[in-house]
Design a protein around this ligand. Structure first.
Ligand code: NCD
Length: 274
């Protein structure tokens, strides 16, 4: 798909329509889905902001799903409730892609994360250690990437978070490690997957303020990473990665976001059976 984009796209999805339903804030995910569909020659209909949706009038998500499934050939949905994507999928009658459901999962982000990791290391043939850092409790990208990486042999997973934001038990397995201190893993792992503390999921604003700067990557932090290590982040980043890090060779998060277009193009093509 990188090559397809270089030759200005393809017409393989001509006359196909993708509906993007984004009921939670998004920049990268929605626009990269839409770019992906357009690069394949398809069309887009979009609903952003739940306040403009009939859901706000009280419509059941199941009904919305049936209606949109009648308009579009494929749906990408983001919402603030775990399980919403599955509900839409059960009623739409067309392929449905979960673009993030609350603090649940974000599987397409994991595909592009894994794609990016694989550009630097060889998934499945090489021993790779990955440290997840930040909000592992509410960070849905962490939940999905953990699950995806377990499909490969020789991956070791390490979870660095304040106690109350540690990885939920359902995503933790024996052999994994948990840490509160970043220094315990910083110089040892090949991949650091840093994440934003998910402000919108906190009940207490004070708790968020207290935890938000738990781990900050600056030039000094990155200097302690292995020389071959890479730093990923699903973005948006707030204070957890200083802008001075962006130009360092370890910083791969902008490439990671760019990869979202290629990976989503491939996924759309596959979902539509093209
Ligand atoms: C993530 C998300 O929405 O879960 N962003 C994204 O899709 N790239 C991460 C986040 O919001 O922190």
């Amino acid at each position: 798909m990188e090559n397809v984009v270089k030759v200005r796209g393809s017409g393989i999805a001509q006359h196909r329509i993708m509906a993007t339903l984004f009921y939670e804030p998004s920049t990268r995910t929605r626009l990269s889905f839409e770019t992906a569909m357009l690069r394949l020659g398809g069309e887009i209909i979009s609903e952003t902001g739940v306040e403009f949706s009939s859901i706000t009038k009280g419509e059941r998500l199941e009904d919305t799903a049936r209606i949109i499934g009648g308009y579009a050939d494929i749906i990408a949905i983001r919402s603030n409730k775990q399980g919403d994507a599955a509900k839409i999928a059960a009623h739409a009658g067309v392929p449905v892609i979960n673009a993030g459901d609350g603090a649940g999962e974000h599987p397409t982000q994991s595909l592009l994360d894994a794609y990016t990791i694989n550009q630097h290391f060889s998934l499945g043939t090489e021993k790779i250690s990955v440290a997840f850092v930040g909000d592992l409790r509410y960070g849905r990208t962490v939940h999905s990437l953990t699950t995806l990486l377990r499909n490969f042999p020789d991956i070791s997973l390490h979870f660095v978070a304040p106690n109350e934001l540690q990885i939920p038990d359902s995503y933790f397995q024996s052999g994994d490690t948990k840490h509160e201190s970043l220094n315990e893993v910083l110089g040892k792992v090949q991949v650091i997957y840093n994440t934003r503390i998910q402000k919108e999921r906190f009940e207490s604003p004070e708790r968020y303020e207290f935890l938000k700067d738990s781990y900050v990557f600056n030039i000094e932090t990155v200097a302690k990473m292995r020389s071959d290590a890479i730093l990923l982040h699903p973005l948006p980043r707030l204070g957890e990665i200083a802008p001075e890090v962006d130009e360092l060779p370890q910083a791969k998060y902008f490439e990671e976001a760019q990869n979202g277009v290629y990976v989503r193009m491939a996924l759309i093509e596959w979902c539509l059976g093209l």
